[in-house]
Design a protein around this ligand. Structure first.
Ligand SMILES: Cc1ncc(COP(=O)(O)O)c(C=O)c1O
Length: 412
């Protein structure tokens, strides 16, 4: 149980400090309980608690939208606010389907995701997602969905520093899927630029560009789910900047408010927004929205967060730390059970050999042991996934790496 937090540390209910190597759940990018964000929320709560999200507005939602448009890749000029990554995903998928329809191309109803993709836990997200336990309990899911293969080629790419060499050709599977269904039936492709939840799968060199090219060629919208890669995690504001590939729709959440108040945002290119803006003034153009879309407290938290990122250069700080992070992490190559190490920006993964017949047991034991030793790591399957707040120091990086080595020396 955590009862407090400050900067890089949590405080447990028994009064121990725990170093946060996971930014909460990939969201506390500026570190914990940062004053600008706390003050913004306190002030907002006393000034304007809530304003209806339909018909009525309030200035901070627009102020935040404008500030966000300044930092997202060029051309992504319009924002739709949600309350989570999952809601952002649903919103993006609905925008994609509706966009083709308002353009008179309503036969484009298919959505393409990827194996081992994670796009939240709502029906659209689990349908395009590729995590079996998240899908198997819930019936037929969305129809008209297909999946590309994942890109985790551990036999060929193990211990790659940064982008793996092998696997760009896996993007050609999209051409095969297009060949199967015909491009005229496909609305959008959704991928995480770096797949986080299934254990940090870094795209092979050239892979994302190939996806972009195939989508462009066939008039298919490319959606980047940047829920974990957004807001400085890669050393650039967004993964789209890091890879130099601009999607048509970008899904965000988490780091948008530093995890403090639930909020998500979906960004679209102007041409997508404009396609909807052709009805009479008194009518709603896109029948979608949430009671809490852009609510004042979340907007205030977002503004406080962006101010903190800007003042402290956090949207690019990971780029300075990335070489140190890479070397530190890869020093674990000779630690017990380690079968792969992966890194990009301030993201890392240490993949462990599973205990035969008991997958996840070893990683879970490592998680428990690390926690008892004052280190918060995250495990998924038998993979330790790391994403410290972007304020982490070099000595804290050493602490994380030394802590993991100590844990691996101890667990069976
Ligand atoms: C890539 C990605 N998309 C969507 C989500 C869902 O976000 P939320 O848990 O805020 O609904 C997550 C959460 O980890 C994520 O990593």
């Amino acid at each position: 149980m955590f009862v407090g937090a400050s900067d890089m540390h949590y405080v447990t209910s028994d009064g121990r400090q725990v170093l946060d190597a996971t930014a909460g759940l990939w969201c506390v990018n500026a570190g914990h309980c940062r004053p600008k964000i706390t003050e913004a929320i306190q002030k907002q709560a006393a000034e304007l608690d809530y304003a209806p999200a339909f018909q009525i507005g309030h200035p901070k939602a627009f102020e935040l939208a404008n500030k966000l448009v300044d930092i997202v890749p060029e051309g992504m000029d319009h924002v739709f606010f949600t309350n989570s990554g999952s809601e952002s995903v649903e919103t993006a998928l609905k925008i994609a389907l509706a966009y083709h329809r308002v353009k008179g191309d309503g036969a484009r109803f298919r959505l393409i995701g990827r194996e081992r993709g994670y796009h939240g836990v709502n029906f659209g997200g689990i349908s395009v997602g590729g995590i079996v336990p998240n899908r198997k309990m819930f019936g037929t899911l969305l129809t008209g969905v297909d999946h590309m293969p994942h890109t985790h080629l551990i036999e060929k790419n193990a211990f790659s520093k940064g982008a793996p060499e092998h696997g760009a050709e896996l993007a050609d599977e999209l051409e095969r899927i297009v060949g199967l269904h015909d491009a005229s039936t496909i609305a959008a492709v959704i991928v995480e630029p770096v797949a986080g939840s299934t254990g940090v799968l870094i795209p092979p060199k050239g892979y994302l560009q190939k996806l972009r090219d195939i989508c462009t060629k066939h008039g298919i919208l490319l959606i980047f789910d940047e829920v974990i890669t957004g807001f400085g995690r890669m050393g650039t504001p967004f993964a789209a900047d890091y890879y130099g590939i601009i999607p048509d729709i970008m899904v965000t959440a988490k780091g948008l408010t530093n995890g403090v108040i639930p909020m998500g945002a979906v960004f679209v290119k102007s041409e997508i927004y404009e396609a909807f803006m052709n009805g009479p003034e008194h009518m709603i153009e896109f029948m979608h929205g949430y009671t809490y879309s852009g609510n004042p407290m979340a907007a205030a938290a977002g503004l406080g967060t962006l101010a903190t990122y800007k003042e402290e250069g956090l949207l690019t700080r990971a780029a300075e730390l990335a070489p140190y992070w890479e070397e530190a992490l890869h020093s674990l190559a000779d630690a017990p059970y380690v079968i792969d190490i992966r890194n990009v920006g301030l993201i890392g993964a240490v993949e462990l050999e599973p205990i035969a017949g008991a997958p996840t047991k070893r990683a879970f034991a490592a998680f428990r042991e690390a926690f008892d030793n004052g280190l918060l790591i995250r495990t998924t399957g038998d993979i330790i996934a790391l994403s410290p707040p972007l304020i982490v120091s070099k000595s804290q990086i050493d602490e994380i790496v030394d802590g993991i080595r100590a844990v691996l020396n101890k667990v069976d």
